[in-house]
Design a protein around this ligand. Structure first.
Ligand code: PMP
Length: 462
């Protein structure tokens, strides 16, 4: 068969090397669907089937698919000036306007500058280099270690994948880098001890961090990185008081706080940034995804004024930057996207829709024999499956792949969710523009899918 008579599906199997997929299996069987268009929260596949996208792509299409305002801004900028670089102090207008807008949205967090990239991963690599450069400039070349959390997701490039706290993402690549350490995440279902309230749980996790920094030597620890709500690692909202307790430890040891706002930034948690919602006082923030609603790739590192003061000292040329740093077309898309979020009141809508989603999930699945926990914050939620509920729940045998089976059952019924296999969890992170009836549909399909897998598991056991 020649390329001209092949369908895109054939070509995909034959020619595309897919991320986070089993290469041989994909080449043999292909994927479940080829998506050809999208509108609002609905995707259409090549075979004409439609899917409700409960994940907004990968936690990112916040204004929904096909928003004309963002599309028109991209078109206008492509015609006017699709690209020019920002090396050697060259500049274009859209990134300047966008950086100013982002700093405005960070409000009282003390932010000052934005360094642009294209992906969350490259931005977190920039974070590592900034933190190392910062300590070199301060004459503390030994203060370089970075502490992240187990189950954290910070990307896949060499430094970012090292920060990511998922062992499956290290094994194939001899990671993590030797400068990286991981601590226990605030994962209530499995890490909270019987009788421990939010304050005691937070204090224990902060004490673990303190002990690690002391054991490593505070003069060797440069930064701590955390997602406000761990997303891909299981959707884990922290207990009340967690970040204030953690930040007290960081301040004591002069360790910088990096808030990875790639998922939480620009409204996902019901405030402009997760740092606002959870009382984080970051020295550095990572942004991506929601800044453009993923219409065009764009990421950034947001730098606080006090870190900037050090970085802008006499270090010569900053020897870092991407061809696509400060990309004018991406910045134009971001400005239009943020205007949509503001004009349509979508941050407030996140809170309302999020409350609705969690309430419906709790009604439909909270007491289900397979469900260990329904959790979430803002418009991100998850359902975790367990073999035994109760005070001391038991996990399913991972080989049963319960969450993955439920995700497939959802897909067969026309709804896209995501299995977070490290946690036997399915996640929900729909567009901010989703209608209440669409949320009801998502939850009804999830319930049917969970019931069907519960029946199948019971049959297999019998
Ligand atoms: N940080 C967080 C919190 C993320 O969720 C992700 C992606 N899911 C990344 C970083 C990496 O972003 P990218 O895939 O754009 O490299």
């Amino acid at each position: 068969m020649t390329a001209t008579t092949s369908t895109p599906g054939d070509l995909d199997r034959r020619r595309v090397f897919h991320p986070f997929s089993i290469p041989g299996a994909h080449e043999r069987d292909g994927g479940p669907a080829m998506i050809v268009s999208g509108s609002g929260s609905t995707l259409t596949a090549a075979d004409g089937r439609t899917y409700l996208d409960a994940m907004a792509g990968l936690w990112c299409v916040n204004v929904g698919y096909g928003h004309p305002k963002v599309a028109e801004a991209i078109h206008r900028q492509a015609v006017k000036l699709p690209y020019y670089h920002s090396f050697s102090s060259m500049a274009t207008d859209q990134p300047a306007l966008l950086a100013d807008k982002i700093i405005e949205l960070t409000g009282d967090l003390g932010m000052s500058k934005v360094f642009f990239g294209s992906s969350g991963s490259d931005a977190n690599d920039t974070q590592v280099k900034l933190v190392w450069h910062y300590n070199n400039l301060l004459g503390r070349p030994q203060k370089k270690k970075i502490i992240a959390r187990h189950r954290g997701y910070h990307g896949v490039t060499v430094a970012s994948a090292s920060l990511t706290g998922l062992p499956a993402m290290h094994a194939q690549f001899d990671l993590p880098l030797p400068q990286v350490r991981h601590v226990t995440p605030p994962y209530s279902l499995w890490e909270r001890r019987p009788g421990e309230d939010d304050a005691a749980f937070s204090a224990r996790l902060a004490a673990e961090l303190d002990a690690l920094i002391v054991a490593e030597g505070p003069d060797t620890v440069a930064a701590f990185i955390a997602e406000p709500v761990q997303a891909a690692g299981g959707v884990l909202p922290p207990p009340e008081g967690y970040f204030p307790a953690i930040q007290a430890v960081l301040r004591k040891h002069d360790v910088l706080m990096i808030a990875d706002e790639v998922v939480s930034g620009f409204g996902r948690l019901g405030g402009w940034f997760g740092s606002h919602v959870l009382g984080i006082e970051p020295d550095l923030m990572t942004i991506a995804k929601g800044v453009t609603s993923a219409y065009v790739p764009l990421s950034g590192v947001v730098v606080s004024e006090h870190v900037w003061k050090v970085l802008s000292g006499d270090g010569g040329v900053f020897q870092h930057g991407y061809t696509y740093s400060s990309h004018p077309l991406a910045a134009a898309a971001a400005l239009a996207n943020l205007e949509v979020v503001e004009e349509e009141g979508l941050v407030a809508q996140v809170s309302a829709r999020g409350d609705h989603l969690r309430a419906r999930l709790n009604e439909a699945l909270g007491d289900h024999p397979l469900v260990g926990e329904v959790r979430g914050l803002g418009l991100v939620a998850a359902v975790e499956f367990v073999a035994e509920r109760g005070e001391q729940p038991k996990r399913f045998d991972p080989s049963l792949a319960v969450a993955a089976r439920i995700t497939r059952a959802c897909l067969e019924r026309g709804m896209i969710t995501r299995a977070l296999p490290a946690a036997d969890t399915i996640s929900f992170s729909p567009p901010f523009t989703i209608a209440e009836q669409e949320i009801d549909q998502i939850v009804a399909i999830a319930r049917e899918a969970v019931d069907s897998v519960a029946d199948a598991l019971a049959r297999e056991k019998a």
